[in-house]
Write a protein that binds this ligand. Structure first.
Ligand SMILES: Nc1ncnc2c1ncn2[C@@H]1O[C@H](COP(=O)(O)OP(=O)(O)OP(=O)(O)O)[C@@H](O)[C@H]1O
Ligand SMILES: [Mg+2]
Length: 332
């Protein structure tokens, strides 16, 4: 594998759902890549296609009523779309692991914490319980559960929300994945615990040399954890940029609106501006720009044509907006 091969790459991935007998795309030609030890954040409002993107990577869409609408997913250059279901199940939780938003529903309430982690190890490694439990205890210590040895035999209900999320992370990391998909892993937690979990994830990413795809609707979290950011709207990437570039020069009017709607410690909360309207349903996606109906920069072309994701001169910053692409071209 050449040194610059991304660990994970999506090429024009589309995922569709059947609604009322017709197929509609929920993820539309999404292309992105994640380098080794990089954290890519996917951010966007509810219904923008973030979870469907992550579930598509692991081929975890419902068996009926959902289908891959095209594109390729590559792990270290290997095309996952060509793998059988059996090969995919070997990969899940092993080379690519995922953590979900709600830790309580993902843990087995009747099984001891330590054994749940050990079981995750045994799913992918031919190990006896004793060896698997040893690895499980190591991981439990790595996610900084205080008195891990003692807590190993506890049940999920004996853990706080933050500690349960640490257990979920331990399960995800038990097989040392190359890629961790984290779908809103801190949303259910209060702000202090959320910050601790983000720090932990960042430390573990560096310790394991992992790549992370971090899904959130919270730009504050993005600023804390991401190297690069993909902003999604209506199932598409509308802006893709380095995290510093995104916060310093947001280009898409949707990203600007998200930033204005973001609570900040350094400014008056009274200036928060919620974005009026909502993401169009997949059955009512406009032919032109998906954001046009809510956009302050809207021009006739925005409703007539679908804007491409254009790279702005010299910045590596990509934006799907006729107006902004034209303005950048004028300045260059
Ligand atoms: N099983 C399904 N059948 C039909 N439509 C679906 C299905 N699952 C998701 N969708 C639609 O696909 C779109 C993208 O959904 P997705 O769950 O990816 O959004 P999201 O960005 O993760 O939002 P949230 O922030 O609320 O988690 C939405 O319009 C949603 O209604
Ligand atoms: Mg989601």
């Amino acid at each position: 594998m050449p040194a610059d091969t991304p660990i994970l790459e999506l090429r024009e991935v589309s995922t569709e759902f059947r609604v009322g007998g017709k197929w509609y795309p929920a993820v539309r030609r999404v292309s992105l890549s994640v380098a080794k030890n990089e954290t890519l954040a996917i951010v966007g409002e509810s219904g923008s296609g973030k979870s469907v993107t992550a579930l598509s990577i692991l081929r975890l869409m419902p068996e009926t009523g959902a289908r891959q609408g095209g594109g390729e997913i590559l792990l270290e250059g290997q095309n996952l779309s060509k793998l059988s279901e059996k090969q995919m199940s070997r990969l899940r939780g092993n080379a690519i692991a995922m953590i979900f938003q709600e830790p309580m529903t993902s843990l087995n309430p009747t099984m001891r914490i330590g054994d749940q982690i050990a079981e995750a190890v045994r799913q992918h490694r031919k190990l006896g319980w004793e060896e698997a439990r040893k690895i499980a205890l190591d991981v439990l210590e790595e996610v900084k559960i205080p008195a891990a040895k003692k807590r190993f035999n506890d049940y999920p209900h004996q853990f706080s929300g933050g500690m349960r999320q640490r257990v979920m992370i331990a399960i995800a990391l038990a097989c040392k994945p190359k890629v961790l998909l984290a779908d809103e892993p801190t949303t259910a937690l209060d702000v202090t615990i959320q910050a601790q979990i983000l720090t932990l994830l960042d430390d573990l990413k560096n310790a394991y040399g992992m790549s992370v795809v971090f899904i959130t609707h919270n730009l504050g979290v993005v600023a804390q954890i991401a190297d690069r950011v993909a902003v999604m709207y209506g199932g598409e990437i509308v802006e893709l940029a380095d995290v510093n570039s995104l916060f310093a020069h947001p280009e898409h009017p949707y990203t600007e609106a998200l930033l204005r709607a973001m609570p900040r410690v350094d400014s008056d909360a009274a200036v928060l501006e919620p974005i009026p309207g909502s993401v169009p349903a997949i059955t009512a996606m406009p032919a032109g720009c998906a954001f046009a109906a809510r956009c302050p920069l809207r021009e006739p072309i925005c409703e007539a044509q679908h804007p491409p994701l254009a790279e702005l001169p010299g910045s590596g910053h990509q934006v799907r907006c006729f107006v902004r692409a034209r303005q950048a071209k004028g300045q260059a």
